[in-house]
Ligand binder design. Structure first.
Ligand code: 3HC
Length: 303
């Protein structure tokens, strides 16, 4: 039996690539009003500019009417403080991959949001169970009814970059997540036009547990001189019909993000197959972070 998501007002925390994309599909496809918050005003301005560009392109391509674009744009409201966000039915957190930061944010939302509101994280590899555990109120046992009510509404909603284009959302069930939270989160992702797969809360979930060793092996091939950068990528573009080869994809995701996910996989499993390559570590040391910094395995200009 399908269940309604019940989201009449959504909060999106973080206006980077992921947060902006999530706000965009929520406003345009799910037609849900969105409150968007980021502590950086520049980040918000860049996010809104990207949304305007994407909406104009959809109108120019005849996919939507201009009034639909305007309505979608009007559904997104920027709020300057977290305090302005506490009336939402669901919050999707898309801040940087830092467990302490996520814990702080979740604790504050958990204290203020209505009891039936959902707390979703777009984490790409951090344990959703750990994040959920952080919302247990002070002095309350995690296993008590009150503790389980607090943690049962935390869920992972892992979107893929670029969010408006990629068709998948990976739904992550923490140990504590209730079936109702899972069903509502799934219904919301579907309302955003996404297909949904489910993963248990293991390091990297299904997607990054498989993708990151692949990217890492490609970097090791380059490191060992097995093949050139272009031949490694061409092998996958032409031999397997991947839209991007693994090195280009690593640049696209961000080499710092790839390294952070690989470290989470390695420490979370102690399995040597997840050990990040030295070359990846050194490139991040050099701040060659891929597309976003203008240099990674490839060079990028602004246009
Ligand atoms: N935001 C929104 N839309 C974008 C976009 C962006 N950042 N970048 C590209 N697009 C849109 C374009 O506007 C275009 O839309 P249109 O068909 O309406 O005109 C469409 O995507 C195709 O773009 P282009 O023609 O410019 O370029 P390509 O055909 O080369 O496609 C791509 C670009 C969609 C990025 C494609 O190369 C691709 O699918 N690459 C693989 C991406 C991927 O694997 N993403 C997952 C990364 S892993 C992840 O996110 C998980 C995390 O946890 C690490």
């Amino acid at each position: 039996m399908s269940i309604a998501h019940g989201v009449k007002l959504l909060g999106v925390l973080g206006a980077g690539q992921m947060g902006t994309g999530i706000a965009f599909v929520s406003a345009l496809r799910a037609k849900v009003p969105v409150l968007l918050h980021d502590k950086s005003k520049d980040q918000v301005a860049r996010g809104l500019a990207l949304m305007d560009k994407l909406l104009s392109k959809d109108v120019a391509k005849g996919r939507i009417q201009s009034n639909e674009a305007q309505e979608a744009r009007d559904r997104v409201r920027v709020v300057d403080a977290l305090d302005d966000m506490y009336d939402v039915d669901m919050v999707i957190e898309a801040v940087s991959e830092n467990l302490d930061l996520k814990k702080t944010v979740f604790r504050s939302f958990s204290e203020k949001l209505r009891p039936d509101a959902i707390l979703a994280t777009n984490t790409s590899s951090i344990s959703v169970t750990k994040i959920a555990a952080s919302v247990v109120p002070e002095g309350v046992s995690a296993a008590s009814a009150e503790g389980q009510a607090a943690t049962g509404r935390v869920v992972g909603l892992h979107f893929f970059n670029p969010v408006p284009v990629m068709k998948l959302v990976e739904l992550i069930s923490a140990v504590q997540t209730t079936p109702e939270t899972l069903a509502r989160a799934r219904a919301f992702a579907e309302a955003c036009g996404k297909e949904v797969t489910t993963s248990q809360d293991v390091p990297g979930f299904v997607s990054n547990a498989l993708l990151m060793p692949f990217i890492n092996e490609a970097i090791m091939c380059l490191e060992k001189g097995v093949a050139t950068r272009d031949d490694i990528d061409k092998t996958f573009r032409l031999g397997m019909n991947h839209p991007m080869g693994p090195l280009q994809l690593a640049d696209f995701i961000g080499l710092d993000t790839c390294l952070a996910i690989q470290k989470t996989l390695y420490t979370g499993t102690s399995d040597s197959k997840y050990r990040p390559s030295v070359l990846l570590e050194r490139m991040v040391d050099a701040q060659w972070l891929g597309k976003k910094s203008g240099k990674g395995f490839y060079e990028y200009t602004d246009d």
